[in-house]
Design a protein around this ligand. Structure first.
Ligand code: URA
Length: 194
């Protein structure tokens, strides 16, 4: 089984020639890369993540800190990554690039690399944030509205706990207590299994 360093090297070699003339740097995962208690998987990096070449910094980093605090975990104990490693953008009305959801082509390109990443990191559990990584790991019919807050089998062969994406709470305030309860029940379940 290739280690994470080799997977990331192969991934860089694969993606480098793909978008000629466009700067689409990869934002790789980081954290405890050998058998962490959990691997947290977001959707895709945003502007700050690309600038810093690190996942979950900037606004999303605040969400991550809140998650860690609620779950009683340390960032250094877990591995953090995204389903798609480039920032998907579209040009907004002001002419500036803004985030969009990853498209089918991006998901198809990145999914095999996510699977290799999981095999190399060997987390004891996966936690997905939002519908995008959940569908990647459990199939296109998986719905975060139905599966959040519970353990599910994943296509990667590692059990998965689905959460709403913390950013979605900004648009749907009613999800805030649901998200909080889900994180607390994840924390309880991890403690029981520890
Ligand atoms: N930043 C990330 O790295 N991932 C997300 O899902 C959102 C913001």
């Amino acid at each position: 089984m290739p280690g994470l360093k080799k997977v990331y090297q192969d991934m860089q070699d694969f993606f480098l020639p793909l978008w000629p003339g466009e700067d689409k740097p990869l934002v790789l995962g980081e954290g405890k890369a050998d058998g962490p208690a959990l691997m947290l998987i977001g959707e895709a990096p945003g502007e700050t993540e690309v600038l810093k070449r690190r996942p979950f910094v900037g606004k999303a980093g605040k969400n991550l800190d809140e998650f860690l605090l609620l779950a009683g975990l340390d960032r250094a104990e877990i591995f953090v990554t995204n389903a798609v490693k480039i920032r998907p953008t579209q040009i907004g009305p002001t002419g500036r690039a803004r985030n969009r959801a990853p498209n089918k082509e991006e998901l198809t390109l990145f999914t095999p690399w996510l699977m290799k990443e999981i095999k190399a990191v060997k987390p004891r559990a996966l936690v997905t944030l939002g519908g995008v990584p959940l569908k990647v790991l459990c199939g296109p019919r998986a719905q975060v509205g139905a599966l959040h807050g519970q353990w599910t089998e994943s296509l990667a062969g590692v059990r998965l706990f689905a959460l709403y994406h913390p950013a979605s709470i900004i648009y749907r305030r009613s999800l805030a207590p649901v998200y909080e309860q889900d994180v607390l029940s994840l924390a309880r379940s991890l403690q029981e299994k520890a």
